[in-house]
Design a protein around this ligand. Structure first.
Ligand code: ATP
Length: 248
C-alpha cells in the first residue's frame, strides 16, 4: 500500500474475527493484513456484511479479534488489558459517527473538549483554536447540539475527534445523516484535517462520492481485502462497487 511518510498510523497482520461458534459461526474478517498510512485519508468500502465495521472496530480497539494482530502506532493492542486499551483509545484514537453522538446538555465547546477531559489531559489551546477555525465553529461554541444544524453538529464531532491530536480518526458513515451539501462540507473538513493539519483519517462509507475525497480506497468483500484504488474518483469507485456487488 502506498504511503508518503512510510509509517503506519494503524495496521493489522492476519486479522480474523469470527462471531459465534459451530454451525452459526460467521467469519466477519478472514486473514486481513492492511496498513492505514500516517497522514493519509483512507476509505473502506464493500458490500453490506463485507466486514467494514468489524475491521474498524477491531483496529479501534472496540472489539477483540479472534486471530492476528492489530497495531496502533507501534503498540500491539491485542496484548493490552482492558483499562490500558480504554486509555489508548481515549488518547490516541478519534471517532466520528453517523449519528454525531454529542452530549445534548453540553455546549459545542464542552463537547469538543470532553475526550481530552476524560483522558485527564490538558487541552492544548493553540491546537483547539486551529481545529475550531478549521471546522468553522468559532461563532457556535456556546450553542448546544439542539441549536445546531446536522452539518454543524457533525463539524463539532469532527473537532471533538481531532482535539487530542489522535494517531488516527475513524469515521463511520460520517455523512450518512447529512444532506449532500453538509455532507460535502464534512468530507472537505476531513480532507483538510489530513492535508493541512497532518492528521490520519480512516472512513467507512457506502457512498462513492464520499470515497472520492480519500487518498485511497480499500475494498472488502466476504471479510477479505479484494482491491485497493489509489487517488480514487467517484466514478472509478462506483464502477468497482458495481462489479463487487455483482459477484457477492
Ligand atoms: N455482533 C455480531 N454477532 C454476530 N455476527 C455479527 C456481529 N457483528 C457483525 N456480524 C456479522 O459479521 C459480518 C460482517 O459484519 P459488518 O457489520 O462488519 O459488515 P459491514 O461491511 O460493516 O456491513 P454494513 O455495510 O451492512 O454495515 C456480517 O455477516 C454480520 O452479520
Amino acid at each position: 500500500m502506498r504511503t508518503t511518510t512510510g509509517t503506519s498510523a494503524a495496521r493489522t497482520v492476519g486479522l480474523s474475527k469470527v462471531y459465534g461458534t459451530g454451525d452459526t459461526a460467521v467469519r466477519a474478517l478472514d486473514d486481513v493484513t492492511v496498513e492505514l498510512a500516517a497522514g493519509r485519508f483512507t476509505a473502506i468500502m464493500g458490500p453490506s456484511g463485507a466486514g467494514k465495521s468489524t475491521l474498524m472496530h477491531c483496529v479501534a480497539g472496540l472489539d477483540r479479534p479472534t486471530g492476528g494482530r492489530v497495531y496502533v502506532g507501534d503498540v500491539e493492542i491485542g496484548a493490552l488489558p482492558d483499562r490500558r486499551l480504554t486509555r489508548l483509545r481515549r488518547e490516541r484514537i478519534g471517532f466520528v459517527f453517523q449519528a454525531f453522538n454529542l452530549l445534548p446538555a453540553l455546549t459545542a465547546e464542552e463537547n469538543i473538549t470532553l475526550p481530552a477531559v476524560l483522558a485527564g489531559a490538558e487541552v492544548d489551546r493553540a491546537w483547539m483554536d486551529t481545529v475550531v477555525d478549521a471546522v468553522g465553529l468559532r461563532s457556535r461554541l456556546r450553542h448546544r447540539p439542539a441549536e445546531l444544524s446536522g452539518g454543524q453538529q457533525q463539524r463539532v464531532a469532527v473537532a471533538r475527534a481531532l482535539v487530542t491530536r489522535p494517531q488516527i480518526v475513524f469515521a463511520d458513515e460520517p455523512t450518512g445523516n447529512l444532506d449532500s451539501r453538509s455532507g460535502a462540507e464534512v468530507l472537505g473538513l476531513l480532507r483538510t484535517a489530513v492535508t493541512e493539519l497532518g492528521q490520519t483519517v480512516a472512513m467507512v462509507t457506502h457512498d462513492p462520492g464520499a470515497a472520492g475525497h480519500a487518498d485511497e480506497v480499500i475494498f472488502l468483500a466476504d471479510g477479505r481485502i479484494v482491491d485497493v484504488i489509489a487517488d480514487p474518483t467517484a466514478e472509478r469507485v462506483l464502477d468497482r462497487m458495481k462489479r463487487l456487488e455483482r459477484v457477492s
